[in-house]
Design a protein around this ligand. Structure first.
Ligand SMILES: Cc1cc2nc3c(=O)[nH]c(=O)nc-3n(C[C@H](O)[C@H](O)[C@H](O)COP(=O)(O)O)c2cc1C
Length: 202
C-alpha cells in the first residue's frame, strides 16, 4: 500500500486523489433561472441523499470571481432542475460547462430545447431522458476553498417514453447515463452491467 497524510500533501494533490478514486460519478446537468435568463451547467459532485422526501445534492466550487451562476441563481430564487446526462447529450452537456458570462443562455448555446417546468420556474431540457424539478432545502458552504453543497427536494419527475414501467421501475439502459472519471476528460458508459442479489439475514 502507499499512503498519504492529507496534512502533508497539497490541496491539488488531495483533489486529484479524491476525484480519481471516487468514480464513476453521476452527472447532474442543472438548470436555473437568473436575472439574466436561464442557465445550465454540469456537476459530478452529485447524488440522491434521501427517500422521504427524495432529496438530491450537488456541490459547486467557487470560481476566482465568486460563486458560479448556478449557485447565485439558486440563492436568489430557490429552484432548479436536475437532468441526468445520457450518452446522447454528452457533447451538449460539455458545452454547458464552458465558463460563459452570466448573460449567456447555455441551453440555447448547446442546442438544447427548453421546455417549461411544471412546479418550478427554471426551464427543463427536452433532450435529457430524466429531469427532476427541485425546490431548495438548504445550501451549506464548506471548505477553505468554498464549495456550496446544494440540497433540493424533488417535486416533479419527468422521463422520456419507455424508461419507467407501471411499477415505477426505471430502465437504466434506456437512460444510458454516462459517468465522470478522473481528470478533465474521463467518462464512462454503463455497457458492462451485472446483477448481484442482496443476501437475506438468516
Ligand atoms: C462533467 C463535468 C462535471 C463537473 N462537475 C463539477 C462539480 O461537481 N462542481 C463544480 O463546481 N464544477 C463542476 N464542473 C464545472 C462546471 O460545470 C463549470 O464551472 C460551469 O461553467 C459552471 O457554470 P455556471 O457558472 O453557469 O454555474 C463540471 C464540469 C463537467 C464538464
Amino acid at each position: 500500500m502507499v499512503g498519504f497524510d492529507s496534512s502533508e500533501i497539497s490541496s491539488e494533490a488531495q483533489y486529484k486523489l479524491a476525484v480519481g478514486s471516487v468514480t464513476p460519478r453521476p452527472i447532474a446537468l442543472v438548470t436555473t433561472l437568473g436575472p439574466q435568463g436561464p442557465n445550465a451547467a454540469p456537476f459530478s459532485f452529485f447524488n440522491v441523499i434521501s427517500s422521504d422526501p427524495v432529496m438530491l445534492m450537488f456541490s459547486a466550487g467557487d470560481k476566482s470571481s465568486g460563486a458560479k451562476d448556478t449557485v447565485r441563481n439558486i440563492q436568489a430564487n430557490a429552484e432548479f432542475v436536475v437532468h441526468i446526462v445520457s450518452d446522447a447529450i454528452k457533447e451538449a452537456m460539455n458545452i454547458c460547462a464552458v465558463d460563459y458570462p452570466s448573460e449567456v443562455n447555455e441551453i440555447e448555446r448547446a442546442g438544447f430545447t427548453a421546455l417549461p417546468s411544471v412546479r418550478v420556474k427554471p426551464p427543463r431540457i427536452a433532450e435529457a431522458p430524466v429531469a427532476m424539478e427541485c425546490r431548495l432545502v438548504q445550501i451549506t458552504t464548506i471548505g477553505r476553498k468554498p464549495y456550496h453543497v446544494v440540497i433540493g427536494e424533488v417535486v416533479y419527475f419527468h422521463f422520456h417514453e419507455g424508461i419507467v414501467n407501471d411499477q415505477f421501475h426505471v430502465d437504466v439502459g434506456a437512460i444510458n447515463p454516462i459517468g465522470r472519471l478522473a481528470g478533465k476528460s474521463g467518462y464512462t458508459r454503463i455497457t458492462d452491467r451485472f446483477d448481484m442479489p442482496r443476501i437475506p439475514l438468516k
